[in-house]
Write a protein that binds this ligand. Structure first.
Ligand SMILES: [Zn+2]
Length: 283
């Protein structure tokens, strides 16, 4: 009898061991992915790489944007445009106006000084304005917590001088991962800034013609199926402007409402996991 009990006990141990082994590959999927993301070869151009941040893990989604993520949320979409104002911005504004769409522009300080009338127009047409720093140079912006803060506050002051709007919305150059470490985030946060990344990468910087629309629409559908509000990264580029109406048509036909980011909208930003690190001088 004792032998039988021992045999059953050992059998249970074997089954338990086998089951725990089975779990490992799933657990490691996310890790392997992060390892891939963390490898130097994967960091081709961080601002443009991160569509997969929205696909990565469920916890990332729920943690990232409590304010606008809900399975039953109305179909809201945030259009965001970086690196402006440029010569394409007026065309973008005209197209947005045709569709009565609202967007958020994360602007560079020197470009604002160059085209203050365009910055004014963005505000007059009811869009949100945010800050993207001064140099757009990784080595300058991320050199220290204070250099990042200085670029952002300089942009904030210029925007306020031009428009009278004091914005706390920021998007750091190339997105917050990997160089915006915890201490940088704390400094920006304690100065009242709201950090915004994205979960749809249009790749409009590299895709020619209207190809960027296919990638955007594909990602939107995936996010909406997962109950996540899309935040689309685009740029003030001529190609983006020329094909924007097709995207806005799609959004309109599929019942989406474009919204600008408000100061009190719960920010969405990338989770560092183990990916964030201070920039080195050589980089
Ligand atoms: Zn940028």
């Amino acid at each position: 009898m004792k032998k039988l009990i021992l045999f059953i006990f050992l059998g249970c141990l074997v089954v338990f061991y086998a089951c725990s082994k089975d779990l490992e590959p799933n657990d490691k999927t996310a890790e392997s992915y992060l390892e891939y993301k963390d490898s130097p070869g994967a960091e081709l151009h961080p601002e443009y790489k991160d569509l997969s941040d929205s696909r990565k893990t469920k916890s990332d989604k729920s943690e990232a944007n409590n304010g606008s993520v809900s399975p039953n949320a109305e179909k809201t979409v945030y259009l965001t445009f970086d690196d402006g104002p440029t010569s394409a911005t007026t065309d973008i504004l005209d197209t947005l106006h045709q569709f009565n769409a609202k967007a958020t522009f994360f602007m560079l300080e020197p470009s604002m000084r160059e085209s203050p009338e365009v910055v004014d127009k963005i505000v007059e047409q009811g869009h949100a304005v945010g800050l993207h720093g001064v140099t757009h140079d990784i080595n300058h912006f991320y050199k220290s917590e204070q250099s990042a803060l200085k670029e952002i506050t300089t942009a904030q002051e210029t925007l306020q001088q031009i428009t009278g709007v004091r914005s706390n919305l920021i998007r750091t150059p190339y997105g917050s991962v990997p160089y915006l470490t915890k201490s940088y985030r704390e400094v920006l946060n304690s100065n009242g800034f709201k950090l915004w990344d994205w979960n749809v990468d249009s790749r409009d910087w590299s895709l020619s013609s209207d190809q960027y629309l296919d990638t955007v629409i594909g990602q939107i559908e995936e996010l909406v199926n997962a109950g996540v509000t899309p935040i689309i990264l685009m740029h003030d580029k001529q190609n983006t402007a020329e094909h924007l109406s097709i995207l806005l048509n799609y959004l309109s036909e599929h019942g989406f409402q474009t919204k600008k980011i408000e100061e009190n909208t719960q920010p969405y930003n990338f989770n560092c996991y183990q990916r964030c690190h201070r920039i080195s001088i050589q980089e």
